[in-house]
Design a protein around this ligand. Structure first.
Ligand SMILES: [Zn+2]
Length: 236
C-alpha cells in the first residue's frame, strides 16, 4: 500500500478493458486493407504509371525521330504573300532569293546555258490539288505519290525558297530524270552552290525520288532556319 491511495497487488489488477489490444474485428479490417493495397491497388497504380510513362516516352522519341515528317517530307509553313515577288509571269519566289536566282540565270546565259524557271512558290491549297488530283488520276496510294510530290503543308515550294528549273533547249526533260543529262543540269551541279542553291532530293534520298530539277535557296538566315531540320537529318 502506497501513500497515494493506489494499490498495486500484481499485474492481474489492471482492468481487462484498459488493455488496448486490437480486438479481432478491427484487426481483420486492417489486414484486409493492407492486403488490398499491397496486392491490388499498388500493382495497378504502378502498372498504369509505367504504361503512361512509356507511351509518352515512345511518342517523344517518335516525334524526335521523324522531326514531324510525313512520308519523308518535312512540314513547311506557307510564306506570307508580301514576301513574294514575281520572277517570271506567274512564277513567284521569296524576295530573299530573287536576286541570286536572276544572277544565276544570267551568269549561266553568259556561258551558253539557258535555264528556265518552271515552278516557284506554290500555296498549300494548290499543293493540295496537285497531291490529291494527280494521285487519284494515277491510281497511286499516298505513299507512292509522296515519292514524287509533297503532301500539302509539306512542300518546300510553299516557303517560296524552292524553284524547279529546266533547260530552255530541252523542254521535253522538264520535271523528268532525263534533265540530269542536259547542259543546264551539269552547269547547275557545278555552279549552283555559288548562288546558295542546293538540290533538295538527290539520288540517295530515302523517301523521295530523285528530282534533279528541284533546287532550294539557303542564302539567308530565314531560309537556313526553314531548312535546318532537313539539313540536320541528312547529316545523320
Ligand atoms: Zn519542285
Amino acid at each position: 500500500m502506497l501513500g497515494n491511495g493506489i494499490n498495486f497487488k500484481n499485474s492481474e489488477d489492471i482492468e481487462v478493458a484498459e488493455r488496448r489490444y486490437l480486438d479481432g474485428g478491427i484487426k481483420k479490417k486492417y489486414v484486409f486493407f493492407i492486403l488490398l493495397f499491397s496486392f491490388i491497388i499498388f500493382p495497378i497504380s504502378f502498372y498504369v504509371v509505367r504504361k503512361l510513362n512509356s507511351s509518352l516516352f515512345i511518342e517523344n522519341k517518335f516525334i524526335e525521330k521523324t522531326d514531324g515528317k510525313i512520308l519523308g517530307h518535312f512540314p513547311y509553313k506557307e510564306v506570307g504573300k508580301e514576301l513574294l515577288i514575281e520572277v517570271e509571269p506567274n512564277i513567284l519566289v521569296h524576295r530573299e532569293m530573287y536576286s541570286s536566282l536572276l544572277e544565276m540565270r544570267s551568269d549561266a546565259y553568259k556561258e551558253g546555258v539557258y535555264l528556265v524557271f518552271l515552278s516557284g512558290f506554290r500555296s498549300i491549297k494548290l499543293q493540295n490539288e496537285i497531291f490529291y488530283s494527280i494521285k487519284s488520276l494515277r491510281n497511286q496510294s499516298a505513299f507512292e505519290r509522296a515519292r514524287v510530290s509533297a503532301p500539302p503543308g509539306f512542300s518546300e515550294h510553299s516557303t517560296g525558297f524552292a524553284i524547279d528549273i529546266g533547260d530552255a533547249l530541252k523542254r521535253e526533260s522538264d520535271f523528268e530524270v532525263e534533265f540530269e543529262n542536259t547542259k543546264a543540269f551539269k552547269w547547275l551541279k557545278q555552279n549552283a552552290a555559288k548562288y546558295h542553291f542546293k538540290m533538295s532530293f538527290d539520288k540517295n534520298h530515302k523517301n523521295v525520288d530523285y528530282e534533279p530539277w528541284h533546287w532550294r535557296y539557303e542564302g539567308s538566315i530565314e531560309s537556313l532556319k526553314i531548312f535546318e531540320a532537313s539539313n540536320r537529318s541528312s547529316k545523320k
